[in-house]
Design a protein around this ligand. Sequence first.
Ligand SMILES: C[S@@+](CC[C@H](N)C(=O)[O-])C[C@H]1O[C@@H](n2cnc3c(N)ncnc32)[C@H](O)[C@@H]1O
Length: 258
Amino acid sequence: MMDLFRYDFDYTWPWTLGHVMATVVFGLLTVLVWRAGWSRLAAAATGTLAVWALVGAFIVHGPMRFNRPMDLPTERFLSSGSGRVLDAGAGSGRSALMVLLGRPQASVVALDLFLEGYGIGENTPDRLRANARVAGVEDRLEVQTGDLRQMPLESASFDAVVSAYAIDHLDPDGIRSSLSEVSRVLRPGGELLLMVVNPDGWTRVAFPLFGAHGYFGGRGAAERWRGAVVEAGFEIVEEGTAAATLFLLVRKGAAATD
Ligand SMILES: C[S@@+](CC[C@H](N)C(=O)[O-])C[C@H]1O[C@@H](n2cnc3c(N)ncnc32)[C@H](O)[C@@H]1O
């Protein structure tokens, strides 16, 4: 939690401050209702909402790390410790920093169209670079603007790819094209760490109204993702979960050329 105020990934206030604000509002209401001697039931209800909001704030800033670089969900990703990594859908930098901090010998190319509407207020290459500067890793980062579905990148030019909460925003054709592009830019034997939103217990407590996420979300999501990566020619090395996350670590066949 020490690095909570160090970075500015600029996820918008409903995500980062919504629970804190709700804690204050429901907390004050509880005190008011209690002091005024109104119904105990009303005080219990507002008190319960204040506790829920406080727990939500801890989840959002603790396990979900909305304003902190994520932790790699598996130690098996880029286990050699070095190499050229693509972050496909890097946004303001949480996933690029996850790799750069977790694998200090690796370099990262951060690819994104830097679109609005993905929860990041000011989604720009400059913000991504600023966060890399704060982490002291900007010398190992290159930022490139481009589409995941048609990457402006050379074939077989990466040892590994990470993609966090980006490909799962695309429609089924987009998912297919982007996984095929990931396979093209990976060298034979290269690996992809695919992280997608998983509405797990953490998510349901913090965001009770949050439903299935994206076209592949909902019941059977893991199976759909497994099918999509296998269809794109990958073999599955590991599958697991982290807070609000389903991840698949997959490898491009050593014999494949693109
Ligand atoms: C929710 S953000 C995730 C950013 C970052 N990986 C993280 O974990 O904080 C999704 C990102 O995907 C990018 N994105 C969505 N569709 C894209 C596309 N077709 N090509 C490139 N980037 C795309 C958005 O611009 C946004 O930055």
